[in-house]
Design a protein. Structure first.
Length: 361
């Protein structure tokens, strides 16, 4: 994400998306009632629209500003669309007509909010600094590998590799499309180099039995020292696509890839569970959180992205947003827990919202 301009005195920020994660972030932070503006295309009828004769239709590119009524995440996460009435008309469209602004990976958009929550600003700043970004994971054994990317929306397979390996007491027999072990690892590193050039991930994770750790790192040191600097290791005994997807949800994997904010979320949730187990200064569920917020008792609150989405659908989002603003105004810290985390299901089990208190009720 690139912050093109920021003027919080007039409650406006202009952002340029640079990745699919940025699109997902905009879907999360733009809410009903926000004003968004950007360049767009609209079909315009030329001639007398009231005439029975067919009018010509042309497409005009223009900059429009709309008040968001509905947000949709589309095209397998490649676009987010903001639908609402146009604020100011021009020679082609009138104020009040509905229009949908579509945002893809390379779109500049201006967002205006009545109040910019601290948690939303923090998420944007983290995205502008690089955020969590894309993680590449390669799970392999002595003769096969599955390579995929992991973003905020989950796992996506990039490649499968197979190679022939010398068995004990037998000569290596190369078949079409297969290679002996040494050449296979060389090919694996070459594949990772190509993916690194194309995607430029934040981190590359090699996953395998610890028995293969030294051979692959030796090959990488000889073939791609720069790549080695962003590579980490995690033990894994299964190279299937499903196993990798599950591996990405483990605490060990999260600790390898998380930034400071994600680390704070995980630590806060572990403390919430500890205090629940010891009847400590903690509370959860919407009603209990509201009571604690009224008394300025909340030091940290975690809110599930699912809870926020549910509030949108039920028409109670303004109430939730007011609650989070109230907590921030009393020096509480708000964290939004996204779908990419390992803890969201457990947080949903607590009502989608839980908080650490300054003292026990």
């Amino acid at each position: 994400m690139k912050i093109t301009s920021k003027n919080l005195k007039v409650k406006k920020m202009t952002l340029q998306t640079q990745s699919l994660d940025d699109i997902w972030l905009l879907y999360r932070i733009v809410q009903q009632g926000d004003i968004v503006s950007g360049w767009t295309e609209r079909k315009i009828k030329i001639g007398d629209a009231t005439s029975e004769k067919a009018s010509a239709v042309t497409i005009k590119r223009m900059r429009l500003e709309i008040t968001v009524e509905k947000t949709s995440y589309e095209n397998d996460g490649k676009n987010v669309r903001f639908l609402g009435p146009i604020k100011e008309g021009n020679e082609y469209v009138s104020a009040g007509e509905y229009h949908a602004l579509s945002v893809d990976e390379k779109t500049e958009i201006t967002i205006e909010k009545k109040i910019w929550p601290t948690y939303a600003l923090r998420q944007i700043e983290e995205a502008a600094l690089g955020g969590k970004g894309t993680t590449i994971i390669a799970a392999f054994d002595r003769s096969s590998a599955t390579i995929g990317s992991i973003t905020a929306k989950g796992f996506s397979k990039l490649a499968n590799m197979e190679g022939a390996v010398q068995q004990k007491g037998n000569d290596v027999k190369e078949t079409k499309g297969s290679k002996p072990k040494e050449s296979f690892y060389e090919e694996l590193v070459a594949q990772l180099l190509a993916i690194n050039t194309r995607i430029n991930p934040t981190i590359i994770i090699l996953a395998s039995s610890n028995f293969w750790r030294d051979p692959i790192f030796k090959q990488m040191d000889a073939q791609a020292k720069d790549l080695r600097k962003k590579t980490k290791w995690i033990e894994c005994d299964n190279v299937s696509e499903g196993a990798i997807a599950q591996l990405s949800l483990t605490k060990e994997f999260q600790q390898l890839t998380m930034g400071q904010s994600q680390s704070e979320v995980l630590n806060s949730f572990e403390e919430i569970l500890r205090r629940i187990g010891t009847d400590g200064a903690v509370t959860y569920g919407m009603q209990e959180i509201e009571k604690a917020a009224e008394q300025s008792m909340i030091s940290t609150v975690l809110v599930s992205q699912h809870a926020m989405h549910s509030a949108r659908e039920k028409g109670t989002f303004e109430k939730l947003e007011f609650l989070l603003e109230q907590i921030e105004q009393t020096s509480g810290v708000v964290h939004i827990v996204g779908e990419e985390t390992t803890i969201i299901k457990k947080l949903d089990g607590l009502g989608g919202i839980a908080a650490l208190l300054r003292y026990k009720i």
